[in-house]
Design a protein around this ligand. Structure first.
Ligand code: NDP
Length: 481
């Protein structure tokens, strides 16, 4: 047996009794001076930090990314600098709408967030298990999430709120189609793909910019659950996906994904048939084939859930030299929103927490103080710039090439071509087998039948516009003509 250490308070003072409180007499009341009890209770009351508004329920694991193909012609990012190169990764895989204790096997989009601890700082690839999203402008985001969460009076999830929003925001149809397809309930985290979803940019050592999309394809194969199986498991084992990932890693069965990119030359964005910065659209694989980059393997379980998974803070703002942003309006807003949410949830110094701090790189800047300054706060080093005392300096070698933009400042609604928001959902519907189409329609009808007829009819217009059979199938299921 391991020799036990003496228990201490947070201040390191030995504790003589952790089972009984200090009382005045055997039956008497507790004394105010029982700071051990007061401290124990006070700390316990403060154990919960604000829950993430979205992506609250998650599993996490450590892993390794290994480069298998050379993509240095597209990016100078050091993590891709040579075939065989390995980078530490932490991944967090979540549902979106449910609270921290909610069931894993619900129909929902899944978060697929990766932190690559590269030698030039952390690259956070904060994606989902779907290549698109419901909306393309962050001005709609809080309203969208309200419609997916709980109804103000009853505190219940509401099919009506969800379909009402979707029916009034037609660009959501593509994501809605994926959500209600078989892929809406993955069999487990190892059995789903991950996508960066947004368009990002790659910059090479000649300062050439390419637009890029990220795809992590599961090597375990896509596997999903039927709604019946998912409902049963949600009752029997609500943490099924969390347990499955943890147990697989404990057994040495490490889930793997092949990492691919799609690359679009900078100037091609002007003339592509889709706005390549619209998060509700994909780039066809035929137009921009997948290019293999490497393998992601999740191979080590966290030792402490709160320290590693709950306190993990991902932000799309964290890109390393050679990877950058795009004009995607949703991405632009996420660059602000994620770090801001963590400032509220974990505090302004959350990047100093071990799970969030870089491994090989070093954080060097003039930020000081603030709540929960975990390290030495820069010690005695100079805390302003410019200075004469050898403080860190910005390095223009890391400057990005300028990005051409044009146009007048205004609030633009994306020009809707005749069929813009319907073509890709239609294509997706048609690439499904007859049986998949039937299950998609049955899943939609199961939810849509609970909402007012006016909303059903508005939704039917969208399904019809995507594909006649799609619309007719849902109409038939709802008993409408
Ligand atoms: P492709 O035939 O080249 O690509 C189709 C892709 O669709 C597949 O590679 C697969 O991507 C994905 N897919 C297949 N079955 C399903 C399903 N049941 N649910 C969700 N996704 C599925 O055609 P395009 O590139 O022209 O795309 C056609 C449609 O495919 C798009 O409109 C879009 O809806 C969908 N799609 C396209 C993706 C892309 O990046 N081009 C990615 C995912 C979906 P994967 O292997 O990534 O799962």
């Amino acid at each position: 047996m391991k020799k036990k250490k003496t228990m201490t308070t947070g201040a390191g003072i030995p504790v003589s009794d952790n089972q009984t409180s200090l009382t005045a007499g055997e039956r008497g009341p507790v004394l105010m001076q029982d700071h051990l009890l007061l401290n124990k209770l006070a700390h316990f009351h403060r154990e919960r930090i604000p829950e993430r508004v979205v992506h609250a329920k998650a599993a996490g694991a450590h892993g390794t990314f290994t480069v298998t193909k050379d993509i240095t012609r597209y990016t100078k990012a050091k993590l891709f600098s040579e075939v065989g190169k390995k980078t530490d990764v932490f991944g967090r895989f979540s549902t979106v709408a449910g609270e921290k204790g909610s069931a894993d096997t619900v129909r929902d989009v899944r978060g697929f967030a990766l932190k690559f601890y590269t030698e030039e700082g952390n690259w956070d690839m904060v994606g989902n298990n779907t290549p698109v999203f419901f909306i393309r402008d962050a001005m709609k985001f809080p309203d969208f999430i309200h419609s997916q969460k709980r109804e103000p009076q009853t505190n219940l999830r509401s099919d009506t709120m969800q379909w009402d929003f979707w029916s009034l925001v037609p660009e959501s149809l593509h994501q809605v189609t994926i959500l209600f397809s078989d892929r809406g309930i993955p069999k487990g985290i190892p059995y789903m793909n991950g996508y960066g979803s947004h368009t990002y940019s790659f910059i090479n050592d000649k300062d050439e910019r390419f637009w890029v999309k990220f795809h992590f394809k599961t090597q375990q194969g896509i596997k999903n659950m039927t709604p019946e199986e998912a409902s049963r498991i949600a009752g029997e084992d609500p943490d099924y996906h969390t347990r499955q990932l943890f147990d697989a890693i404990e057994r040495g069965e490490y889930p793997k994904w092949t990492f691919y990119v799609q690359i679009m030359p900078e100037e091609a964005a002007e003339n592509y048939r889709w706005n390549p910065f619209d998060l509700t659209k994909v780039w066809s694989h035929k137009d921009y084939p997948l290019i293999e980059v490497g393998v992601l393997e999740m191979n080590r379980n966290p030792v402490n859930y709160f320290a590693e998974v709950e306190q993990a803070a991902f932000s799309p703002a964290n890109v390393v030299p050679g990877i950058s942003f795009s004009p995607d309006k949703m991405l632009q807003a996420r660059i602000f929103a994620y770090a801001d949410a963590h400032r509220y949830r974990l505090g302004v110094n959350h990047e100093q927490l071990p799970i969030n701090s870089p491994h090989a790189a070093e954080a060097n800047n003039y930020q000081r103080d603030g709540y929960m300054c975990y390290g030495d706060n820069g010690g005695a080093s100079v805390n302003y710039e410019p200075n004469s005392f050898g403080g860190p300096e910005a390095n223009p070698a890391f400057k990005e090439p300028p990005l051409k933009i044009s146009g007048d400042a205004d609030r633009y609604e994306q020009k809707r071509g005749v069929d813009d928001d319907y073509v890709q959902p239609g294509k997706l519907f048609r690439l499904m087998s007859k049986e998949e189409q039937e299950r998609l329609i049955a899943n939609i009808v199961g939810s849509l039948k609970k909402v007012p007829k006016e909303i059903q009819e508005r939704m039917l217009t969208h399904f019809y516009k995507a594909d006649k059979d799609y619309g007719e199938g849902v109409a038939k299921g709802l008993g409408l003509t």
